[in-house]
Design a protein around this ligand. Sequence first.
Ligand SMILES: O=C(O)CCC(=O)C(=O)O
Length: 337
Amino acid sequence: MEVERVQAIASSLSTTEIDSIPSEFIRSEKEQPALTTFNGPIPEIPTIDLSDPDQDNLVRMIANASQEWGFFQVVNHGIPIEVIKKLQSVGKEFFELPLEEKEAYAKPPDSQSLEGYGTRLQKEIEGKKAWVDHLFHNVWPPSRINYQFWPKNPPSYREANEEYAKCLKGVVDKLLMLLSLGLGLEGHVIKEAVGGDELEYLLKINYYPPCPRPDLALGVPPHTDMSTITVLVPNDVPGLQVFKDDLWFDAKYIPNALVIHIGDQTQILSNGKFKSVLHRSTVNKETARMSWPVFCSPPPEMVVGPLPQLVNEENPAKYKTKKYKDYEYCKLNKLPQ
Ligand SMILES: O=C(O)CCC(=O)C(=O)O
């Protein structure tokens, strides 16, 4: 095993009476959620009704949210509630299996891909650990699926995930079209620039066990997503925070909404007009938090850079044009792009 699972650490602590956590999970004062979360009135983080028949209005709302926050939630997105509930229940069942059963899906030590059950994702800054375990596997396109990493238990895991992926495609296509229109381009431009129907959907399940000191630890540390967009389903335990104007704001839990993160590839394509949101997650003292982000990213060989239609002498390219796999390598290893 690469490192001890946080779920195992949490359950060993729950048998003691002491309210403490191992020091490698205690964040510096600059990062501790109790000291850095904004306490005043929270500005309205955009919630967008995706069933709005007025397309111009939708385009405007999504473009504004992507420019100002790089983050919004969508309601009336068309994915049936039962499909989302099944995705959540099979994921929860998997994380409630005994550790040894989950280890059968562990990410192989020398694997180049992110797929598998695991704990550490990126190089740790200042040696600090994140209070979270995860499972990653691709859900689309079929040619990129490796069922080796899809749990066989519960038996309905595969059906629930396939159903969700099928429904999600419609939402992602619509969002990419609206984002494209919001840049003043034809609706197909962004999707084509990130691989068209080869756009890859990587599902991650985050499992944040209850934490005796949620004031000191973080779930996922601050980061932007390297994807084009990320679509996230949370459980009902709040914890996602977004950074804006130098402050960390709690994103409120909206039942049945999908959370959308603008990722680095959209920031690059739009030459900085749309912003990739810096976000992090906090943890809860009593209850396990879970989330299901799907990172929609270009295929590894796809070359991505600022769209030529958006670059000119007054507005030169702000980012390099490079293969997505090279972008990903630098990001995961915290190397300059
Ligand atoms: O759990 C969350 O709400 C955020 C998860 C996240 O940002 C990630 O897994 O990259």
